[in-house]
Design a protein around this ligand. Structure first.
Ligand code: CA
Length: 229
């Protein structure tokens, strides 16, 4: 049984979502504010976190950041229509997906399954070979870590997926649309900033790790992974 942590301060909505997801076979723990969310997260083993954007005590952004310091658990942000929610900021702090309220419960369920499927596919892929290597950079597929010499950097699920895809075919040109579809799935409202933001985050991590610039923008097309030729 998959365990979900639901963080939502509107109690009626939280109870409705928890009721629905429990009926769909999930085990759901609910937190009504950001601090309670982190307390639960520290002791529970969760497969996925549903995280409201505006919360008392600590907001969703901060909760997301703090969870990401120690875990690669998939995080889906929930945000109310009209709330000041910057998707780019959400992805910057490591959220894997987001859903705008009010949403249909079936839509929520479909997105949860898609996210969990993606993660489990990644885990299966890991069984084949534990490492993916390019020059001095290694991708640890078991720990979702980037390794260069003695240095390591943690990756979010989406960063991992994107990097793995591109690292398998160095010097290949990938369009933003292709990357978006492969990593985020066929979500409505394609936004090419999503790919740009994730790549710039990866580029920064690799630069800090081994001083190399391994992502090249290809004008009018997309991106290439590998050293500049
Ligand atoms: Ca809220």
């Amino acid at each position: 049984m998959k365990r979900l942590l639901l963080v939502e301060d509107e109690q009626i909505m939280a109870k409705n979502i928890a009721f629905f997801l429990t009926r769909e076979g999930f085990q759901v723990d609910t937190a009504y504010d950001g601090e309670a969310a982190l307390e639960l997260f520290a002791v529970g083993q969760y497969d996925l976190v549903l995280l409201d954007w505006t919360l008392p005590k600590l907001d969703g952004l901060e909760v997301c950041k703090r969870i990401r310091r120690e875990s690669q658990v998939p995080i889906m942000m929930l945000t109310a229509k009209g709330e000041i929610f910057d998707k780019v900021v959400g992805l910057e702090v490591g959220a894997d997906d987001y859903l705008v309220k009010p949403f249909d419960q079936r839509e929520l369920l479909a997105r949860i399954h898609a996210l969990l499927r993606r993660i489990s596919a990644e885990h299966k892929g890991q069984a084949a070979e534990a490492w993916l290597q390019y020059e001095d950079l290694r991708l640890d597929r078991e720990k979702l870590l980037l390794v260069c010499g003695e240095e390591t950097a943690a990756l979010t699920a989406n960063e991992y997926k994107l990097l793995e895809l591109m690292m398998k075919k160095p010097h290949n040109v990938f369009t933003r649309e292709y990357l978006y579809e492969e990593v985020w799935g066929e979500l409505p409202g394609y936004n090419d900033r999503t790919v740009d933001v994730t790549i710039s985050r990866l580029r920064r991590k690799i630069l800090q790790l081994c001083g190399k610039k391994y992502f090249q923008a290809v004008r009018g097309l997309g991106y290439r992974f590998g050293e500049k030729s």
